[in-house]
Design a protein around this ligand. Sequence first.
Ligand code: OGA
Ligand code: MN
Length: 295
Amino acid sequence: MDILPLGPGFAAELRGVTLADVAGDAAVYAAVRAAFEQHSVIVLRDQVVTDEAQIAFSRRFGPLEVTPAATQGAGTNLVILTTIGKDGNVVPADDRLALRNRANQLWHADSTFKATPALASVLSGRVMPAQGGETEYVSTRLAWERLRPARQKQIENLFAWHDYAHSRGKIAANIVGASERAALPPQCWRMMWKNPVNGRSALYIASHAYAIEGMEQSEAQKLIAELTEAATAPGWRYQHIWRNGDVVMWDNRATLHRGRPWPAHEARTMVRTTISATDADGLQGVRPPARQAAE
Ligand code: OGA
Ligand code: MN
């Protein structure tokens, strides 16, 4: 396996490895896992991508999320992100499917609003627009390392509240239905996630973060905005331009990502599998003290 660096200090393409190799061979998995821990975003190109192959690859890394009722792919391990409607045509720009893509265009990490956050996401491009529709990444580990030591000291003991309805509300009011809202109560996580393999810390924030425990609301929102802006500054991004056969896996503990727009009349279909974090991934370290969790 060859490792080719892609981004500014993170992200790498892995050559000479397939989805099936990772699924079927413990030594290949170990090498890919090590590359994932180190580079935060890994890219496999020219893959023969099927739903089954993507699931078998992803499952190696940990337990997979099951897609909730209101999302395409419900009840399976696949999230289907598409702008193709039931009738086979591209949906209008104000359709729920299109709005969902717009919400993905805010800088975020996946599943920070869930009771069990995500270790990683695996995304494959199935139908790509002729232009646009890239996915951009930044390293929140490098963003952490750029913070002044006094700032790091402050933030490592802060806990942010994450809410799906908050990030969706930035796109359209009431985009999240009452049952979805009830199924996804806000979650609170430490704003720093330490990787247990290499000991490196990352800033843990997202478009879903709306408040900081014990901090006045306007001050908290200012801090979240300031940290997001610094983390995502131009020059620190890796932009993935999708080709058929691409599979990109990212570490939700150590990166933020966002989708880029594309012409509304063009179809785009992506399929995601999402791997839940476990204690082995440092999950315990981001849990708030019991006192706060009880609120
Ligand atoms: C995702 C996501 C962005 C994109 O699948 O989690 O944010 O470019 N996707 O589709
Ligand atoms: Mn996402």
